[in-house]
Write a protein that binds this ligand. Structure first.
Ligand SMILES: [Ca+2]
Length: 327
């Protein structure tokens, strides 16, 4: 987004993060908190995904308490029934955050995520950017229960899908879309201004182990948490995916607000398969270039990303952010 001085483009933009922390969710949140010049984080709505609804809700609070931001904005509790979906503990740990053992103080109040989202859209009418980095359950519920909200959401950025490649949960589907394909289908066909950051882009956002070296000398609980989170993810990713590094899918979606030029967006028509025997949760895009049959675009899809520049930006921001906690 370019700040041209007009009211509509004024920075920082109000942002709500819809999230299921989640290791890469935690890094995405850190990147948002580390970027107050561009992002005014006004709320977090949690959604069951990497682990169940209660766990991700508590993890969001744990993170905010760790960074001293627990009184700055509300946190929503995931909408709807708990989905019976494959666990992601082999990637994120049983606690969803790399078994880092962050404490949780108190018993946080549970505002339903859908109510929180509706309230934030009203408060920031026409300006609110939603960044959804978990299953789209809350967002679909918002559009269903508060249809008037639709015209007042500036943009929705979604981490999810795989458009020109295999998925990660099944050959057809990426985890966020697979976990609630009905919700994703509703959101994709909603007419909202949409940007999709699929695996095609996020598999370029690999944080290599040697980039952690620059964080080694930092001495704080916060820096220690960041190092342990990534080290867990390095081990898990090596075992589960045979990859040397940590894919920070969700952080790339947040980075698209800071430096949109890092991603190669392309307008396409995209639908979500909800019923397929083998293809449930598939994001099917119409790339029939030049064909008269090609369908009208309904979404901008990132078909690639500059992974190295993303990691540079991320490290720069997180380093400055963590230095503030030095003891
Ligand atoms: Ca996530």
């Amino acid at each position: 987004m370019v700040n041209k001085g007009g009211d509509k483009n004024r920075l920082p933009v109000p942002v709500v993060l819809d999230t299921d922390p989640g290791i890469d969710d935690a890094v995405a949140l850190m990147l948002a908190l580390a970027s107050p010049g561009e992002i005014d984080l006004v709320g977090i709505s949690t959604t069951g995904g990497n682990i169940g609804r209660q766990g991700v809700f508590e993890n969001a609070h744990r993170l905010l308490q760790l960074f001293g931001r627990q009184n700055d904005f509300p946190v929503g509790f995931g909408w709807g029934e708990e989905k019976d979906t494959p666990a992601a503990s082999h990637i994120h740990g049983a606690d969803g955050m790399g078994e880092t053992g962050l404490p949780l103080a108190g018993e946080p109040e549970k505002i339903p995520s859908v109510e929180l989202l509706a309230q934030l859209v009203r408060e920031h009418s026409g300006k609110l950017v939603m960044v959804a980095v978990g299953p789209l359950t809350n967002v679909a519920a918002l559009l269903r229960e508060y249809p008037d909200c639709k015209k007042n959401i500036a943009r929705l950025v979604i981490m999810g899908g795989a458009v020109k490649m295999s998925g990660n949960v099944t050959p057809a589907a990426e985890a966020n879309i697979y976990k609630d394909p009905q919700a994703a289908a509703e959101v994709f066909s909603s007419g909202l201004p949409l940007q999709l950051v699929p695996l095609d882009a996020t598999l370029k956002a690999l944080f290599p182990p040697d980039r952690l070296v620059q964080f080694e000398s930092l001495r704080s609980l916060q820096a220690d948490f960041f190092r342990r989170l990534l080290r867990f993810h390095f081990r898990a990713s090596r075992l589960a995916l045979g990859v040397d590094g940590s894919y920070l899918h969700d952080a790339l979606a947040v980075a698209s607000l800071l430096a949109p030029q890092l991603l190669q967006f392309e307008p396409v028509h995209c639908v979500v398969e909800t019923k397929g025997e083998w293809t449930r949760g598939m994001t099917l895009c119409d790339f029939r270039y030049g064909s008269k049959k090609r369908l009208q675009p309904n979404i901008e899809v990132a078909v690639g990303a500059d992974g190295e520049k993303f990691i540079d930006l991320l490290c720069q921001r997180i380093l400055i952010f963590l230095e503030k906690f030095e003891q």
